[in-house]
Design a protein. Structure first.
Length: 445
């Protein structure tokens, strides 16, 4: 495989799609060796077939705000690859959303979903709609208009969207209500549903919990645990909340959370009612963390800054892509960080990953670490198909088992001769082999 040549061609076809090109390059570079050992992949031209989505749907989403103004946003669904199951992946509502970001997320989702051991293909969608500062009624009208178009392309055996940044329980409810009305059936077409109407227990916590279960396995390889470790977390949404909850339960001390306005440093640790307060912050719909520093004593607020300058044992990016740079990585390493696990998708830049690898820091990528979210969506689909409901323990036990399994796959394919585990390589190879072999089985299609 000639990675540079493939990337040059891809760049010519999709100029300026920086995040998508970044995600593809990372995968190609890390699977190169495994790919070359299997000449059948080359003869089936698997690479060219896997790096382009099956289809890209874009549509217009007109809606009316509370003042009666007519607004128009862009809607997308990328159906990337369904070799191992129906397209599956979240919807992101954020002003930064564009084709490049959704293609990177959809591409990552293929391999992440393959790692979960469950039958799910890769997809992603969303809109440049900004839920921040909107009323409930505005969010509802937007979601209804979005689904009025999207419903034609999805289905419980075809494509099953879920939440991502800006899409939580409220949005899934509005989207599902519209789908149900249009399709006239009550099926598992979305995941992240309310627990009264087909949602799975533990789904809201699953991405954060799964990330901590994964990090626990990483620590175990160094005979370490969460007990007594200081932890910095970025973000304050659903993912950050679940991670803070589980990390604290395992004896860690979370000292930061962050938002677009800056980060808060709480030396006492963000535990108990402070974790609950994160939900209040989130529901205020303003996307700021500063109020945390007024709500509790002894807390510092650092305006416009990222939490990576704080000295910690463990750093967990939980907000968005490329949120931890090469310089941030250097600072963390200087301060003695032992483990960095991306709970956000592609949270670290390639320069940051290089620093962690160079310094043999335990580091694992989002597609392995945060796979617990979509894995639990898969478990929601299973429960919907079986028309029954598992209790929390049943779901949590399965989630835990899946995360341990993903960790094993990473070690199997990523362990170097010196014993250091390259989790990026491990995750990419394990995910790729499963999908590529499935594509080979089905012929050129
Ligand atoms: O990035 C992700 O894996 C998600 N946003 C969750 C996707 C899902 O289908 O639950």
């Amino acid at each position: 495989m000639n990675v540079d040549k493939i990337m040059n061609n891809l760049e010519k076809k999709h100029p300026g799609e920086a995040e998508y090109l970044q995600a593809v390059r990372e995968v190609l570079e890390s699977i190169e060796e495994a790919y070359n050992e299997n000449p059948q992949f080359e003869s089936a031209n698997i690479i060219e077939r896997i790096i382009e989505p099956d289809r890209v749907l874009t549509f217009k989403v007109p809606w009316v705000d509370d003042e009666g103004n007519v607004k128009v946003n862009l809607g997308y669904r990328i159906q990337f690859n369904n070799a191992i199951g129906p397209y599956k992946g979240g919807l992101r509502f954020h002003p930064s959303v564009n084709l490049s970001i959704l293609k990177f997320l959809g591409f990552e989702q293929i391999f992440k979903n393959a790692l979960t051991t469950l039958p799910m293909g890769g997809g992603k969608g969303g809109s440049d709609f900004d839920p921040k500062g909107k009323s409930n009624a505005e969010v509802m009208r937007f979601c209804q208009s979005f689904m009025l178009e999207l419903w034609k392309y999805i289905g419980p055996e075809t494509d099953v969207p879920a939440g991502d940044i800006g899409v939580g329980g409220r949005e899934i409810g509005f989207l599902y209500g519209m789908y149900k009305r249009l399709a006239g059936d009550h099926t598992g077409v979305l995941t992240g549903k309310g627990s009264n109407w087909g949602g799975s227990l533990i789904r809201p916590e699953a991405t954060g919990y799964g990330g901590i279960y994964f990090a626990k396995e990483m620590l175990k390889t160094n005979n370490e645990t969460f007990k007594g470790k200081t932890i910095s977390i970025s973000g304050f949404g659903n993912v950050a909340w679940g991670a803070a909850l589980k990390a604290t339960e395992l004896g860690g001390k979370v000292v930061t959370i962050s938002g677009p306005d800056g980060y808060v440093y709480d030396p006492e640790g963000i535990s108990d009612k402070k974790i609950e307060y994160m939900l209040e912050l989130r529901s205020s719909n303003e996307d700021i963390v500063k109020p945390y520093s007024f709500a509790f004593e002894g807390v510092e607020f650092h305006e416009g800054k990222c939490p990576w300058e704080v000295k910690v044992d463990i750093a967990l990016p939980c907000a968005t892509q490329n949120e931890l740079t090469g310089d941030d990585a250097k600072k963390l390493i200087q301060n003695g960080v032992m483990l960095v696990a991306e709970i956000s998708n592609m949270g670290c830049t390639p320069q940051a990953v290089e620093e962690f690898h160079k310094n043999k820091i335990l580091f694992a990528p989002g597609k392995a670490v945060n796979a617990g979210g979509v894995a639990t969506s898969g478990l929601e689909m299973t429960q919907n198909s079986m028309k029954l409901r598992w209790n929390s323990k049943e779901v949590d036990d399965r989630l835990h088992e899946i995360m341990c399994n993903i960790h094993e796959q990473c070690v199997k394919h990523g362990k170097r001769e010196d014993g250091y585990v390259d989790y990026v390589k491990g995750a990419n190879i394990a995910g790729f082999l499963k999908v590529a072999n499935s594509m080979l089985d089905m012929g050129v299609i």
